[in-house]
Design a protein around this ligand. Sequence first.
Ligand code: SAM
Length: 208
Amino acid sequence: MKSENEEGSRKGAEARSVLDACCGSRMFWFDRSDPRTLFVDRRNERHVLPDVSSKGGSRELIVAPDVQADFTALPFEAESFWHVVFDPPHFERNGARSWVGLKYGTLSGDWREMLRRGFAECFRVLKPGGTLIFKWCADEIPVGRILELTPERPLYGHKSGKNSRTHWIAFIKLCASAPLREETKQPGFSPTLRRGDAEAASEGVCTR
Ligand SMILES: C[S@@+](CC[C@H](N)C(=O)[O-])C[C@H]1O[C@@H](n2cnc3c(N)ncnc32)[C@H](O)[C@@H]1O
């Protein structure tokens, strides 16, 4: 018999188009209950954190994913989501029980392998034509060292936050079976539709 988490994974992936692969307390979401999105994290926990700027001097941190899972082994079929956001822990030195550690998680053990598998899994569950946003705060580890962990090529990015160290980087998943057409690499190439492309596009078939 399937567990509630497994059944939730199947139904969730069928019903929603967006995956947050490690949602934490969903701080960056406009709507923390966005109905289009399936929220995943390996933690499911609540903490009361001291916070002088909050009424009462404390605030609650709630990590309550729809599906509790590890992004190195996502419990979803391949090509399930149109959009994936991947915002893994980015600090090695904050200590798992510190305020920052509770909010963002901590990199420990063989974290490079963990992130390598996380990227691979996020791309596996992404539909061809789908997009992925990777977020990385480079306070401790430069973003270039992390991008080496995936063979995927980023499209473009934006830096934000204090000292512009938080990177938001966009990727797209193209069709694996279709190598770039030779003519697209030639100078002066103009991307007009060829016969058959329009039909294929309307059927959702990628012909690149
Ligand atoms: C930087 S925080 C995400 C913050 C989130 N984007 C937000 O807006 O609040 C990273 C999260 O990754 C989770 N995490 C760490 N390793 C994980 C793994 N292997 N699988 C799933 N989640 C993981 C941590 O529990 C933590 O909540």
